[in-house]
Ligand binder design. Sequence first.
Ligand SMILES: [Zn+2]
Length: 229
Amino acid sequence: MELSVRPMMLGSVKLPENHPRAADGTCVIQGFVVVHPDGAIVVDTGVTDDHDLLNEIYQPTATPLVDALNMVDVDERDVVAIINTHLHFDHCGQNRLLPTVPVYVQAAELAAARLPKFTIPEWAEIAHDRRRVIDGDAEIAPGVSLVATPGHTPGHQSVVVSHGDEVEVIVGQCCYSCGEFSDGSILPADMHEPSFLEQGVASLERLRRLSPTSAHFSHDTTVYRARTL
Ligand SMILES: [Zn+2]
């Protein structure tokens, strides 16, 4: 079976007034499945709508992960791994619904998730026996690699899927939009804090230098495609 990346729609949140992207109104939450001969690898799990404070501030809509998987023709029993690009609440909110599946996360991100106001701690909690803690880059299955892309968060990671002549990058939130990826630009307000801007710019440049044939984003459904002659 050929590897492929399938985007799945996990829901949306309404951005509150104090959010740097508030002018956009709504923010879509996209996850992905890497369909692989070894099993399905889920990248990010979205939110649920059963958290009172979150409901009040962000008014989320949430597609149950199993339904989102089924919509892209993946059976939840075939999922062999979850990758969290980072541990903000809208990326790890349904990890607990596949409780036996290993979760790949960067060590720096686990540390960041303990900071106040970083995430919903109980959603970001990953039981020891299912944690696969990575420090930097790693190939986790043939053709599927994690690339550390700090900036938006201290332990953000992106996923590179290589098959045939294709190099598909799941950018996550290393940058926010397809347009930013094309331009190599980053909004400073999207960084974890101002001191992370340089790292964020370097991370995006690393991904762009891979010359991907396509790239996918957590909060922009536009797919980047390299221009061909
Ligand atoms: Zn985030």
